[in-house]
Design a protein around this ligand. Structure first.
Ligand code: APR
Length: 257
């Protein structure tokens, strides 16, 4: 158990000499940027009826037969993203990447805040809410914050007039193969010395598994979350705390000379 004033002495000791790290994040890392999480107290799905409606709106089948409904929810998520700024957790993760020999970030977040904070080797497995592609001709696009704030209904492709869709993974869709391949290369072939998971309920197996595998393979594993999750029993350290408070401590421990 961590004291927020600092990290346990034996954890600090085990961090010595670490040169490669993998970080896995979810919505909780953006909570301190003011972006609502999906599950748990105050989450988007907290109200069951509203949650079910949101999941249905964000599904591939709804995009197909009622794109306006999908875009109403996507536009709201996009507006929250462009109105938010990276918090100390995002900056700590970028600082770790800049200072360690090998670093990879696997994120479920579509808000773009990790890249805004300077993270580069990012596997954004669910995509980015500002990116779009045309459902008919495949043309790629990216909304500016101003375009997002002015978004009304379904946007159409400037090239062919087809429906533009968010270049994010909707419920019922497959994950992008290239990103799954990268995830396997980074976390399975030769797991980093240290794997840290923060701010996620890890409900998806492809998010829980990499850190469980790392733990089984003898790597150091850390979870940062105010609540216990399904991965808590499978990590060496499960730190009860906020990402914005604990991750800077870990970055300081790993990057200070
Ligand atoms: N610091 C760290 N963790 C936090 C914080 C914080 N300040 N605040 C909340 N949390 C934790 C919660 O305890 C919870 O475990 O963040 C987690 C958020 O979980 P979810 O809302 O389920 O978000 P996530 O795990 O990212 O969801 C995964 O589900 O709906 C889909 O595609 C969506 O990417 C999302 C995926």
């Amino acid at each position: 158990m961590s004291t927020l004033a600092g990290l346990p002495a034996d954890l600090l000791e085990s961090l010595e000499g670490i040169t490669s790290m993998g970080v896995i994040t979810g919505a909780g890392v953006s909570a301190e940027s003011g972006i609502q999480t999906y599950r748990g107290q105050g989450g988007l799905y907290d109200d069951e009826a509203e949650g079910d409606a949101t999941v249905e709106a964000l599904s591939a089948s709804t995009l197909h037969h009622d794109p306006d409904r999908t875009w109403r929810v996507v536009a709201e998520l996009a507006r929250r993203s462009v109105d938010a700024a990276p918090n100390p957790a995002h900056h700590a993760i970028a600082q770790l990447e800049q200072n360690l020999t090998r670093f990879v970030l696997l994120t479920q977040n579509v808000d773009g805040l990790h890249k805004l904070a300077g993270s580069r080797n990012v596997i954004d497995i669910h995509g980015d809410v500002l990116d779009t592609r045309c459902r008919d001709c495949g043309a790629r696009g990216r909304f500016t914050p101003e375009e997002v704030r002015a978004l009304e209904g379904t946007p159409f492709c400037p090239d062919c007039g087809g429906v533009r869709r968010p270049n994010a993974v909707l419920f019922g869709e497959m994950l992008p193969e290239d990103k799954v391949r990268r995830m396997h290369q980074e976390f399975y072939a030769d797991p980093p010395d240290l794997v840290l998971i923060a701010g996620t309920t890890a409900v998806f197996p492809y998010i829980a598994e990499p850190i469980v595998v790392a733990n089984q393979r003898g790597r150091l594993t850390i979870e940062v979350n105010p609540e216990p999750t399904i991965v808590s029993p499978h990590v060496r350290w499960s730190l009860r705390g906020k990402a914005g408070e604990v991750l800077p401590l870990i970055a300081e421990a790993l990057t200070s000379d």
